[in-house]
Write a protein that binds this ligand. Sequence first.
Ligand SMILES: CC(C)(COP(=O)(O)OP(=O)(O)OC[C@H]1O[C@@H](n2cnc3c(N)ncnc32)[C@H](O)[C@@H]1OP(=O)(O)O)[C@@H](O)C(=O)NCCC(=O)NCCS
Length: 155
Amino acid sequence: MRTEAAQCSTLSVLVGADLVSVDRLASKLAAHPGLAREIFTPRELKHAYGRRRPDEHLAARFAAKEAVLKALGTGLAGGVNMRDVEVVNGAGGRPRLRLVGTARAIADRTGVRSMEISLSHTAGLAIAFAAVLCEAAPWPSSPAPDMPGARKAAS
Ligand SMILES: CC(C)(COP(=O)(O)OP(=O)(O)OC[C@H]1O[C@@H](n2cnc3c(N)ncnc32)[C@H](O)[C@@H]1OP(=O)(O)O)[C@@H](O)C(=O)NCCC(=O)NCCS
């Protein structure tokens, strides 16, 4: 019988973070009509424009997309469309991630089991932190010095 610990030992956690200036993004969106629809899904636009400070919510979603791409180790160069990564607010406002297209294909290749996103925003800055649980990290990771695995490997 597989124990919880044994299952966990085969998994990797990938993380990504991003910080976005609310004003800078708002200026870019204002200067390029249609850009918002290229970056954000209709559901994301509806969420943002249904609130008092839409620019903050859009900046947080932009940060979320970048944070997820960092966690997955890819950039836009890999053919990922920003709308491939969508933030969907669930019950109580908690944000969840939905991947489609190329981002979804990369996640499937990486063996992604689950993903979590956390957002925070003020008038000036929006931040997102993404955590991805996957079956095998696409790059080597360094064990923390105080982890039992690290002590065993060093001894
Ligand atoms: C949900 C809550 C944590 C949001 O925090 P905030 O400081 O108001 O706002 P932030 O900018 O940091 O975070 C906003 C984001 O939190 C996320 N969020 C909202 N509800 C959430 C929930 N239930 N769980 C996790 N994340 C949530 C959303 O992503 C939201 O951004 P979005 O609408 O653009 O998607 C806060 O409103 C809350 O309910 N806190 C509970 C504690 C409390 O009531 N404190 C006040 C008394 S001390």
